[in-house]
Structures are given as structure tokens and as C-alpha cells.
Design a protein around this ligand. Structure first.
Ligand code: ZN
Length: 575
């Protein structure tokens, strides 16, 4: 790094280039006009991820921006009487982590019955699950739905999944449903089937199944779209609009606290289909109250998306705290963790041959992509299996051919099962895949369903990075825990909580993983000039860690303590 003048000037250019001056908050503007740092951290190991600043031990912040990164000897000349200098005594600073796909249902964290652990690997017994649901049933009017969340079929102490007969022990007066944390499969009791008029003779609908045992009887497991007739006939207890609003606001505040606790400074919220306006209103409300701790890229769904298109609102609308990103994930197929994703070859060991569930037709994907390209909205499809990924790529290719090339960065959420041919198509389109963050560690107990060979093509970080694709990562919470450090450990080691290694050919380095978790996330939302590296002019979004992920035993990365999370120059979390 050169002296202070170059630092200042770079800060100015970086900020203006990213936002246009009109988009800069008064505080940030003050920082740019008078870059005397408000705070300098020194004595740190800093992974800037900026190739122009390969090494640094100090970083200077002015208001919400970074104004200098370099050695303490260089930066101390910037300090004025009002500058607070903090010696970190060897702690590590990395750019704030960016989760590019999850479902930010804080309301669920506050109100749901947990039949699994949202954040960590933990096994539950079926008796415990039944007991928790019974407690809720006792407080629920008969006939209303009793539901449980964060169910994980391979983390059950009994060594088998929950079945209809287990949930019949909860209640014979309430429909009971547990949702797999993956979100694509469910287990229901007899009452729920009865209310929906589903029997052993009901055929499987498009895009889903009612699973049956060897005798053809319903097991209680329902996959993908087959849940819709049951959802239509079972209802949660009614809440007043005021209660719903209060829950949405409390939930938004709760999950924001959780995000910064784990070092997440930016998060893509995949829109909730049911009440998108409440959702966004809640985020705005907590921001007004000073309780929004992370930056939100909101990904609109259904009515919200239609309203945007009708009114000419495009991706990028908003400011550096709340902005519109791509669409919510448009679900083209089933699930990786729940083994319903669409595949070109059948699942090993299943009779009759099972290829997974497709949940959209090619025509529907094509039509939506063309509409979004025309509207200037970044498309985003959930595609796990190679068949669904190929369908989504084909739609992106057709619309690109029709409307001409442009910098659209169409998103593919999960993009789990790829081949070199699919990767080449992703690269050619400039598409942005958001692979699972924490699955390599958290879900290793499920990969034997796919087998060693297939797993070399799953969550293929190595293949995508080698092809020059700016791959980013999304935890998909509730499906995956959102700890970025748990994610990083899995990317680097491909070793699960159970000690099993799956897909070792797809390992990446710690520095590559940090890039996936920050700079590539910024690129995916067109914000690379604003965040993702620790560079002068960018937002002061960073995480102070008690250990250096590049120096510790890779199998202990997830245990590194997040000491502080700083967003926009302010400490939003302190351990
Ligand atoms: Zn999702």
C-alpha cells in the first residue's frame, strides 16, 4: 500500500463508482469527504481477499466505510486526535460472510416446535418428537394443525425415520405434520390424510409421491408437490393480523441477531410466498428501530414479483441495507438431502427405478425466464439434479439468444449435481450457482444414498472454480445450518460430522472458501464494488475471529469463535 493520499483517493473512487453519490448515506458521505478514520484496528491477521493488498495488519474505518488497509506503519499517519485505535492482539479479520440463499423465517425460530436442532448436529429420539408434538397438541384446538420443524430423517436415535403410526400417537383429533428441514418432504398422521381424502389407492400427483410400504400402505411420508392437497385441508390456528404482524417483526429481529452471531453480514432472503409484504414490512420496521444488524438482499416471490414487473421495479432497487435481488428460488425439482432431486440416472438401490421429482415443466421455466430477462430482474431457479440444472440452463440459453447477451448473472440455487458439460454451459452464460454451504459437514450421513462416484459431482466447488465460475454459497436454512465457518470446514475437508469423506476431488482451499463466502456472494448480487473484500472505499463489513481459518487444523475451523461482527463500521455482535 502507498501512503494516505492514495488510500483516500481510492476510497473516494471506490464509493462513487459503486453507488453513485446520490445513494450514499450522509454518514458515509462525511467519511468520504473527511476520511480521518473513526477507528483503526491494528495487530490483526487480515485476509483482505483483495489481490492488490496481499498482506495487511491494520484496517482503518471512517463511519460505515473502509478508508485504509495496510500495515500499521502506513495507517498510523491517517489517525487524528479523534481516531480510536484498537489492538486486536493477533485476532484475524475476514470480510463479512454472505449467505446467498436461505429462508429467513425468524418467526419459526420463536414459535415452532423443533423436532431437530436448527444449528447443530443433534440426534432426536422418536419418543422425544412425539412428546414435543403432544405438548403442542394439548394447546391447540382440535381439528387445527399441529406441526413440527427441523425434522431430519437421518438424525433419529431410533435408527429409522418417523412414520405415520408414530404421529398417530400424538393425536387422533388433530392433523399432525412434521416438515423435514430440507423442506421437500413431510410425515403426516392418519387424520391429515383423511382430511385430504388421501388413501392407499390415491395415485401420486405430478411432482410428488405418497410413499407406500411393501404392502402398498401409506407410510406417512409425502414428497414435494404431493403435500399441496394436504396443506389445502389442514390449517394452523388462526392469528389476528396484529398477531401476525407482531410475530413477523419479532422474528425478523431474532434472525438478524442470529446471523451476526455467526458472522453473516449480508444475507439473501428467499421471499416467502405467503405474506411477502409483511416480510418486507417487518425488515423495514426493525431497521427503523435500529434492530436490523445485517444487510438484506430480498428475493421476491409471487405477488411481490408480479407487482415489481407491473411497475418497472428491477433487481438492484433499494439501498445498501435492504435491496431487491434476484427472484426467490423458483423450484424446478426436488431435494438433495431428502433424495428427491431429478436425476438422469436412477437412484442407487431403489425399485422400481426412481429418478426423483421435477416440479416445473420446461415450458414454464422458459416462459418465466424470458419474462424476467425482459423485466430486468435476475432469475433464480432451485435446481439440484442434473436434469433440472440442464432445463434451467437451456431456458437461460434460449432467452439469451432471443434477447442478446448482457450482464444478467442468472442464478441457480443449489446447482448440486453437475458434470463438466453443465459447468461449461454455466461459465458461458455467466450464471451464478449458489451451492450448499454447510451440507458437506452437516449432511454426510445422507451421502451413502448417492454413493461415492456420484458424490464426486455434488457440490462441485473445485470443478466450478477451476472453470472460472464465481460460485457462491447458500445454507438454505432451514435445510442447512447457516454457520459460514461450518460451511468453510466442509468445503475444505469434505469431511462430515461422522468422519466420512465424500467427494474429496471437490475440496477447495481456505482462501478459495473465504472468497466463495464473501467476494463471490457480492458478485452474485452485483455488489462487488461495494463489498466482498476488505478494500478502501468498500463498506466496513467484517468479522473478527479468535483463530485464523488458514492456520488452524482444518477440522476445527467451525469451532473458531466469532469475536465481533462489524457491519457498516458498527459492532453488531460481540461475543
Ligand atoms: Zn431454499
Amino acid at each position: 500500500m502507498a501512503g494516505s493520499l492514495a488510500i483516500t483517493r481510492r476510497g473516494f473512487i471506490g464509493s462513487g463508482g459503486a453507488l453513485g453519490l446520490a445513494g450514499i448515506s450522509p454518514r458515509a458521505m462525511a467519511a468520504i469527504l473527511d476520511p480521518a478514520p473513526t477507528r483503526i484496528f491494528k495487530g490483526a491477521r487480515i485476509h483482505t481477499l483483495d489481490p492488490a493488498i496481499p498482506s495487511a495488519d491494520a484496517i482503518a474505518l471512517a463511519g460505515s466505510r473502509i478508508v485504509g488497509v495496510g500495515t500499521w506503519a502506513e495507517l498510523k499517519t491517517l489517525a487524528s486526535a479523534g481516531t480510536e485505535v484498537i489492538d486486536l492482539g493477533g485476532q484475524t479479520i475476514v470480510p463479512g460472510f454472505n449467505d446467498c440463499h436461505l429462508h429467513a423465517q425468524g418467526e419459526m425460530l420463536l414459535n415452532a416446535v423443533f423436532v431437530g436442532n436448527p444449528f447443530e448436529v443433534e440426534f432426536y429420539s422418536i419418543d422425544r418428537i412425539v412428546g414435543l408434538l403432544k405438548e403442542r397438541a394439548a394447546k391447540t384446538p382440535p381439528g387445527k394443525l399441529v406441526s413440527g420443524e427441523f425434522y431430519d430423517d437421518t438424525k433419529i436415535k431410533d435408527g429409522r425415520p418417523v412414520l405415520m403410526a408414530d404421529l398417530d400417537r400424538v393425536s387422533t383429533e388433530h392433523p399432525v405434520m412434521i416438515t423435514h428441514r430440507g423442506g421437500h418432504t413431510f410425515v403426516v398422521n392418519s387424520v391429515a390424510f383423511k382430511l385430504a381424502g388421501i388413501t392407499r389407492d390415491t395415485p401420486d400427483p405430478f411432482g410428488g409421491t405418497y410413499d407406500r410400504d411393501a404392502n402398498g400402505n401409506l407410510t406417512g411420508r409425502v414428497t414435494d408437490l404431493a403435500i399441496e392437497p394436504i396443506m389445502a385441508k389442514t390449517k394452523e390456528p388462526d392469528l389476528t393480523p396484529e398477531q401476525k404482524r407482531a410475530r413477523a417483526i419479532a422474528g425478523a429481529a431474532k434472525i438478524s441477531e442470529e446471523f451476526v452471531r455467526y458472522g453473516l453480514t449480508s444475507v439473501c432472503h428467499s421471499g416467502q410466498g405467503l405474506s411477502p409484504f409483511d416480510d418486507v414490512a417487518a425488515i423495514q420496521q426493525i431497521r427503523r428501530e435500529g434492530r436490523l444488524k445485517h444487510r438484506v438482499t430480498y428475493e421476491p416471490d409471487s405477488g411481490f414479483l408480479d407487482a415489481m414487473i407491473a411497475n418497472g421495479v428491477r433487481t438492484g432497487f433499494g439501498d445498501e441495507w435492504i435491496r431487491i435481488g434476484a427472484t426467490s428460488e423458483q423450484t424446478a425439482d426436488g431435494s438433495f438431502s431428502e433424495r428427491t432431486m431429478s436425476r438422469s440416472t436412477p437412484y442407487p438401490g431403489r425399485t422400481p427405478a426412481y429418478y426423483g421429482n421435477l416440479t416445473m415443466t420446461q415450458e414454464a421455466i422458459d416462459a418465466l425466464v424470458e419474462k424476467l430477462f425482459r423485466a430486468g430482474i435476475q432469475p433464480n431457479f432451485h435446481a439440484n439434479g442434473d436434469v433440472a440444472i440442464a432445463m434451467v440452463l437451456s431456458a437461460y440459453e434460449k432467452a439469451t439468444k432471443l434477447l442478446g447477451p448482457a450482464d444478467r448473472r442468472p442464478k441457480i440455487t443449489h446447482c448440486t449435481n453437475v458434470s463438466p458439460a453443465l459447468v461449461a454451459r454455466i461459465k458461458a452464460l455467466g450464471a451464478v450457482p449458489a451451492l450448499f454451504t454447510s451440507y458437506a459437514y452437516y449432511n454426510a450421513d445422507k451421502f451413502h444414498f448417492y454413493g461415492a462416484e456420484m458424490m464426486e459431482h455434488m457440490m462441485a466447488y473445485r470443478m466450478l472454480i477451476d472453470a472460472g465460475v464465481a460460485v457462491c454459497a447458500g445454507s438454505d436454512f432451514q435445510p442447512g445450518p447457516f454457520s459460514p465457518l461450518m460451511g468453510l470446514q466442509g468445503m475444505v475437508t469434505r469431511k462430515g460430522w461422522n468422519g466420512e469423506v465424500w467427494g474429496a476431488s471437490q475440496k477447495i482451499t481456505v482462501m478459495e472458501g473465504l472468497k466463495v463466502l464473501s467476494s463471490n456472494g457480492a458478485h452474485a448480487s452485483f455488489e462487488e464494488d461495494l463489498k466482498g473484500t476488505l478494500s478502501p472505499g468498500k463498506l466496513a463489513d467484517m468479522v473478527i475471529l479468535d483463530g485464523d481459518p488458514a492456520a488452524v487444523d482444518p477440522e476445527k475451523i467451525k469451532d473458531i469463535r466469532v469475536a465481533q461482527t462489524i457491519v457498516g463500521g458498527e459492532v453488531r455482535y460481540k461475543a
